[in-house]
Design a protein around this ligand. Structure first.
Ligand SMILES: Cc1ncc(COP(=O)(O)O)c(C=O)c1O
Length: 358
């Protein structure tokens, strides 16, 4: 059996040392010492400032929107459901603009056309799908032209750089998910990286019920804090993150080399690093797609049609500026197994079967 994903398991000896510290101090949550340590280590590792740990990647999007006063947004239809559902749950008037057929990310040209048709949106919410950075300069040009804020859903983009710069340093805020299935995790968890310290300060208050540092109640908030036990998991896993990303990248590159010319693959941002978060392939022909999924299942190899459906179809009551590319990609994309416990030989088993079947 080759599983689609297998979460990292924290070393129990290391983890127990952290958990014993928590038990001794009695400080289990509310911005404790491990929260502080994990924040500092993540900021240093990722090369970012103003990083706020939160309880999951969904609340990360909601809190980022609230901190930036976003009431309406144009977003990508090609992402995990949480990118859109979090906006809708937040009462944000949400519209869809199409993706680029090469990268599967929000297309700046389509975005510009959409904003020329209707400029009544506060923000652009784009996902770095599968960890592949958006055209961050193209999106910044369009957003600046139309005076929009930018939030990046970077749930898949842990550790990714564009040139010398963390991808998280683009936009007004970037959100991360530390769900167990991610490259780095805290079982459940997430973070927001803000461009401006003032937004960070506001968000820190918002995730603690809206209580101000002087104890006075400010704007109503929510509880979205990451607790100390979960921070302990993060601190333990962070020790090995470089080798994890290195190994996942080797697996990703092996897949890419073996599958070139066999199936279509999304085009990676030319200046971006890799983290091996996912291995998406695209097969336009429905019959070939079904045949492949059957062959993989028969050989005990897991795969998933991820992401489908295109979110403009799932939320058809929302405004769409036309999402033909997203519908096409969502109709033919399949994610292959990729996780830290796989070997290069496992990848070769999967790619051999794909070549044999197609
Ligand atoms: C693109 C994207 N955004 C948001 C989320 C939500 O993150 P979480 O599960 O931590 O709430 C996910 C989770 O898988 C995701 O893939």
């Amino acid at each position: 059996m080759i599983a689609l994903n297998k979460p990292l398991a924290p070393d129990l000896t290391k983890l127990t040392v952290y958990l014993a510290q928590v038990n001794e101090s009695g400080w289990y949550t509310n911005f404790g010492p491990l929260h502080q340590q994990l924040t500092e280590r993540l900021e240093a590792y990722l090369g970012v400032q103003n990083l706020l740990l939160v309880s999951n990647g969904t609340l990360a999007i909601q809190v980022a929107c609230k901190a930036l006063n976003i009431n309406s947004a144009i977003t990508t239809p090609f992402s995990f459901v949480a990118t859109t559902s979090s906006l809708l749950w937040q009462g944000i008037d949400t519209a869809f603009s199409d993706i680029n057929m090469d990268s599967y990310n929000l297309c700046p040209i389509a975005l510009d056309e959409a904003l020329q048709q209707n400029n009544n949106y506060d923000a652009v919410v784009a996902t770095h799908v599968y960890g592949n950075p958006c055209d961050v300069n193209g999106i910044a040009d369009v957003a600046n032209k139309h005076n929009k804020k930018i939030i990046y859903d970077a749930a898949h983009a842990f550790g990714i750089n564009v040139g010398e710069q963390s991808v998280l340093n683009f936009g007004d805020a970037s959100t991360l998910s530390f769900h167990a299935t991610k490259v780095f995790h805290t079982v459940e968890g997430g973070a927001i990286v803000f461009k401006h310290k003032t937004d960070f300060d506001k968000a820190k208050q918002l995730i603690n019920f809206g209580i101000q540092t002087d104890g006075v109640l400010g704007e109503p908030g929510i509880n979205a804090k990451l607790n100390e036990y979960q921070c302990a998991v993060g601190l333990t896993l962070l020790d090995d993150i470089e080798s994890v990303i290195k190994h996942r990248t080797v697996l990703f590159n092996t897949y890419t080399d073996e599958l070139k010319g066999v199936v279509e693959l999304p085009k990676w941002h030319p200046q971006a690093s890799l983290n091996g978060a996912y291995m998406p392939i695209y097969i336009a022909c429905e019959k070939k797609q079904k045949d492949l999924m059957q062959a993989l299942a028969k050989n005990n190899i897991e795969c998933r049609r991820y992401f489908t459906p295109s979110l403009d179809l799932a939320y058809s009551q929302q405004k769409s500026f036309g999402c033909a590319n997203s519908q096409k990609i969502a109709g033919g994309v399949i994610c292959l197994p990729l996780h830290n416990f796989m070997s290069v030989d496992d990848v070769l088993v999967v790619t051999y079967l794909i070549k044999e079947t197609l």
